[in-house]
Design a protein around this ligand. Structure first.
Ligand SMILES: *Cc1c(COP(=O)(O)O)cnc(C)c1O
Length: 397
């Protein structure tokens, strides 16, 4: 039974009137056995789909041994997963969290604390970009700068300076003696699947080196194989960050995030400077390690790339063939978007009627972020539903 009013829950979400009881791969099932194709993947979280056997096994076997001990003690799974992340990225050090927002918080504190410890305590400001989304904690909404999310929540956490997306001159002008870091999503997710051009990321890297400040990436949504590389910025030569927040895909559905950093950036974070009760607990580590083992398997990324090319090309064709409803297709890897002329929420609802789940994003975009394990056949099926939904919308108008 779907819950009905009066509800004990905060009205903070505009939920679709659907609830699922089971998932398998790219499919979700309601209690009545109705089947949906899941190109929302819990907002780019279910990187290996639902009920992936390796993840189920990892969680079950850990659940029978040990759930939680806190960071008062060593947790071997943290060393194991930390090594996997560092061996496959710019990073030397990792701090585990439970969410994207917490990973961002750790990134902010890491950057500020380094300057504090290195003779520049006035360097506290973090420069961000319009359209950014970094989470919903007080600092993360200040960083994102979206008035919809900051309104009514008291004084904005100071120390965040925002510049227009893609405006390199404004960015240069914004860096001053109080700047600690530049923070950017290599591909904006919530902002509407907007990729930062590769030369801009390189430009930011150069600017940070020149000014002695940190480059922070938010790869909470675009990381962990979503673009066909482990991290989206790895497509770009000469644009590695100093600090990076991840979450979503790394847990495959288990709440898990991490802040990655170079040895230098992490050096000021000493015992007592930061903490978390749950972050990196044995259950999360068992699942995170299992996700990484699958994603790092030989051939996995090739498969993601192949699926991406197919999806991207077909979305572009569909955008062309429905010019009254759609403007264009855009995105990288399995992080694709359709910029709409019709309201994106109407398109998402029409797709849901066809039993295809997608996610609305900013800039009137519909997001397609299926599990990385999606097959060409499943993409074909989703595109068929998309085409039918759009055709029905055209006929109704
Ligand atoms: C989802 C998201 C966050 C916030 O993650 P939570 O787990 O909801 O706190 C931060 N940054 C980006 C880019 C995201 O997509």
């Amino acid at each position: 039974m779907a819950p009905s009013a009066p509800t004990p829950l905060y009205d903070a979400f505009a939920r679709a009137p659907l609830h699922f009881v089971r998932g398998e791969g790219v499919r979700l099932f309601t209690e009545e056995g109705e089947e949906y194709l899941d190109f929302a993947a819990g907002i780019a979280v279910n990187s290996l789909g639902h009920s992936h056997p390796a993840l189920v096994e990892a969680l079950k076997s850990q659940a029978e041994k040990l759930w939680h001990v806190s960071n008062l003690y060593e947790i071997p799974g943290q060393f194991e997963l930390g090594n996997k992340l560092c061996e496959n990225s710019f990073a030397d050090r990792v701090f585990f969290t439970n969410s994207g927002s917490e990973s961002m918080e750790c990134a902010f504190k890491t950057a500020r604390r380094w300057h504090y410890d290195n003779g520049a305590p006035e360097r506290v400001n973090i420069i961000t970009f319009e359209g950014a989304f970094h989470g919903r904690t007080l600092a993360a909404i200040a960083a994102g700068g979206n008035p919809k999310y900051t309104e009514g929540f008291g004084p904005k956490v100071p120390g965040f300076v925002q510049v227009p997306f893609g405006d390199h001159d404004a960015l240069k002008a914004a860096v001053d003696d109080e700047t600690a870091a530049i923070l950017v999503e290599p591909i904006q997710g919530e902002g509407g699947i907007r990729s930062v051009p590769h030369q801009c990321l390189r430009g930011m890297r150069e600017l940070c080196d020149e000014k002695g400040i940190f480059l922070i990436y938010d790869e909470v949504q675009c990381g962990i194989g979503r673009t066909g590389r482990l991290f989206a910025h790895q497509w770009v030569d000469g644009a590695e960050p100093d600090i990076m927040a991840i979450a979503k895909g790394i847990g495959g559905g288990f709440p898990l995030g991490a802040c990655l950093a170079t040895e230098k950036a992490a050096s000021a974070m000493q015992p007592g400077t930061h903490g978390t009760t749950y972050g990196g607990n044995p259950l999360a580590m068992a699942v995170g390690n299992a996700v990484m083992d699958v994603v790092l398997e030989e051939g996995f990324m090739d498969q993601v790339l192949e699926s991406s090319r197919f999806l991207k090309q077909r979305l572009a064709e569909i955008a062309d063939s429905h010019p009254t409803l759609l403007e264009s297709a855009r995105g990288d890897g399995l992080m694709q978007g359709l910029k709409c002329k019709a309201a994106n929420t109407d398109v998402v609802a029409a797709l849901r009627e066809e039993h295809l789940l997608t996610v609305p994003a900013g800039d009137n975009v519909v997001r397609f972020v299926p599990p990385l394990t999606v097959s060409e056949e499943e993409i074909r099926e989703a595109l068929g539903k998309l085409d039918s939904a759009l055709t029905a919308m055209e006929q109704a108008s």
